[in-house]
Design a protein around this ligand. Structure first.
Ligand code: CMP
Length: 145
């Protein structure tokens, strides 16, 4: 996995739905603390059971959220596409990763450290609200399965 510790241009951040309520000053702050990663198809971005350090936003490519059953078979929990985020659960409650997230094709990712994520939530209620909405949607979706 290639990690580049450089910030993003405002144009990229303006197009991320999770950050759409933020003004340029807030986006500028975020651009200084966010990083970029490119992963190849088949790479695990996070693994179930690992400790949690970052929130990820998919900028390009698709990823699948998976777990394994008792026989080691893959269970696909969800598919994620550009603009969608993952890794919030472990950051919220401090638990290890609840699932794998695997690049289904080459992906470009933005990531925020735990500290940066928590500061962003504290400073921007709109971001916290969007995050909670997505969590509720995912919960409803999981309940339907
Ligand atoms: P986290 O537990 O930190 O790491 C794995 C991530 O996969 C998790 O956060 C969520 O972002 C995501 N995830 C887990 N379960 C689901 C699901 N049922 N639907 C969508 N995303 C999920």
């Amino acid at each position: 996995m290639v990690a580049t510790p450089v910030g993003f241009s405002l144009v990229v951040l303006r197009n991320v739905a999770l950050f759409s309520g933020l003004d340029d000053l807030e986006l500028e702050k975020l651009s200084k603390v966010s990083g970029r990663k490119r992963v190849e198809r088949g790479a695990f971005v996070v693994r179930a059971g690992e400790s949690t350090d970052s929130l990820y936003v998919l900028l390009a490519g698709r990823a699948k959220v998976t777990n394994t059953d008792e026989d080691g078979r893959e269970i696909i929990l969800a598919w994620l596409g550009p603009g969608e985020f993952f890794g919030e659960m472990g950051l919220i409650d401090g638990s290890p990763r609840s699932a794998n997230v695997v690049a289904a094709e080459a992906c470009e990712l933005l990531f925020l450290s735990k500290d940066a994520f928590q500061r962003c939530l504290q400073d921007n209620f709109q971001v916290a609200q969007k995050l909670m909405k997505t969590l509720v949607l995912r919960l409803r979706e999981a309940d339907r399965k």
